[in-house]
Write a protein of this length. Structure first.
Length: 184
């Protein structure tokens, strides 16, 4: 975990957690441990991307990095679609592993692109005070973000309009699944 209050450090730490969860899901046999790792990965990806869409990408646009943001948003959309497909699949389905391998590659490439193209610009253009405030804003956005992927919701406006309702539905679905122990 990051020992600073900088949003860039928070995002890089989350990318490391995501990489670890991707590996856990890929390496685990179908069963409760894999299901638990996948559920944690799905939730982290959903809240992480929502927070970036609400806080980081708008800041990057203010800094004139529209091409960088547009590329990241396109990647996020594609990953959300892939994650949504996996979210509805049985992990014992032979197609799950192939689709998960595709998602894993997408997510790893996306994180690398953010760390290479976006986060250095954020450090360069945002003051340390702004980055501390952005970290707090990211954490606030994550606290209320949907816990499942919602492809097509990749902008600040869409997240503000659709996000709260999606979050309530997602969190209710998660609670029901936890009680029923279905892992679905």
């Amino acid at each position: 975990m990051s020992t600073t209050d900088d949003v860039v450090d928070l995002l890089v730490d989350q990318h490391e957690r995501i990489r670890g969860l991707l590996a856990r899901v890929a390496e685990a046999a179908p069963g409760p441990a894999r299901q638990e790792a996948f559920a944690e990965l799905r939730r982290l990806l959903a809240v992480h991307e929502t927070a970036e869409e609400m806080v980081v990408h708008p800041a990057m646009r203010r800094f004139g990095a529209n091409d960088v943001v547009d590329a990241r948003l396109a990647e996020e959309h594609d990953a959300k679609e892939a994650l949504s497909t996996l979210d509805g699949m049985d992990m014992a389905d032979p197609a799950f592993d192939d689709r998960f391998a595709t998602l894993r590659t997408m997510v790893l490439e996306h994180a690398e692109a953010e760390e290479r193209d976006e986060l250095p610009l954020l450090r360069e253009h945002a003051s340390s005070t702004e980055r501390v405030l952005m970290r707090r804003a990211v954490q606030a956005a994550e606290a209320v973000a949907p816990t499942h992927p919602h492809a097509g919701v990749e902008s600040l406006t869409a997240n503000v309009v659709v996000g709260p309702a999606a979050s309530v539905v997602d969190r209710a679905r998660d609670a029901v699944r936890a009680v029923l122990g279905s892992g679905q």
